[in-house]
Design a protein around this ligand. Structure first.
Ligand code: FE2
Ligand code: FE2
Length: 244
């Protein structure tokens, strides 16, 4: 399997977002770790075989490939999105599914490409049926998409983005656990709790270097205040920490 082919396609789509760093590499590592853990449960042992593991490692970086169709003023907006902008942002799941359907030429089997199409389409669905684009509920949502949803959320919470500061591993754990059964599949959250240490290790291992802040400008009081303000971590509302 040429894992770098889907990764490179995903990188192309992500190219305009400059602060995502090693997001895609982390996502596939998180998805792999979660899937291996879930396969230990007899309920999933039949579904999560070596083909599934191969496919999710290749396909998970493609979850946001549809962002290639989102205009710059929405994709790169540093602040909160308004209702119209959210509507535009949400179209990335359908666009992604369409791109990958095209790539499969209409004759897709359960390959990484087919799994990629399903993940792109369903990774913002929620267990309680309040997600998008189709408001799928519970096991109507493909297992691979349920796994990617949690991995993507963990990474969004613990990473710095143009619209939010990075939060700690502990904060991510408490947010994910408290969303078990609402946003996330409870079995995926339970598997996450058993492998949270491995997530933290991957996260710390690939953490982007934070550039040192420029020296404080002390020529005027307002200049100094502005610099201090820019160094304070952004206070993030819960919905702002969620992946877009
Ligand atoms: Fe997304
Ligand atoms: Fe993502």
């Amino acid at each position: 399997m040429q894992y770098n082919v889907p990764l490179a396609i995903a990188k192309l789509a992500e190219f305009r977002e400059q602060d995502t760093g090693k997001h895609l590499e982390r996502i596939r590592a998180y998805c792999w770790t979660l899937s291996v853990e879930m396969a230990r449960n007899p309920r999933y042992a039949q579904v999560i075989d070596s083909n599934f593991l191969d496919a999710i490692y290749a396909a998970s970086p493609l979850h946001d490939v549809g962002k290639v169709g989102i205009p710059d003023d929405v994709l790169l907006k540093p602040g909160a999105l308004n209702a119209t902008e959210w509507e535009i942002m949400r179209t990335h799941s359908r666009i992604g599914a369409e791109i990958l359907t095209l790539a499969g030429g209409g004759a897709m089997t359960r390959s990484w490409l087919e799994m990629g199409r399903v993940i792109a389409h369903q990774h913002h669905e929620r267990w309680d049926g309040t997600g998008y684009p189709s408001r799928l509920k519970g096991e109507e949502i493909d297992l691979a998409a349920r796994i990617v949803a949690l991995a993507d959320a963990y990474d969004a919470i613990t990473s710095k983005r143009c619209y939010k500061a990075a939060m700690s591993h502990e904060e991510a754990c408490s947010r994910l656990i408290s969303s078990s059964g609402t946003h996330f599949d409870p079995e995926v959250v339970a598997a996450f709790q058993r492998v949270a240490g491995a997530f933290q290790e991957t996260m710390q291992h690939t953490r982007e270097e934070q550039p040192a802040p420029p020296p404080l400008e002390v020529r005027s009081a307002t200049g100094l205040l502005r610099r201090i303000n820019s160094m304070l971590p952004t206070i993030v509302a819960p919905e702002q920490a969620a992946p877009r």
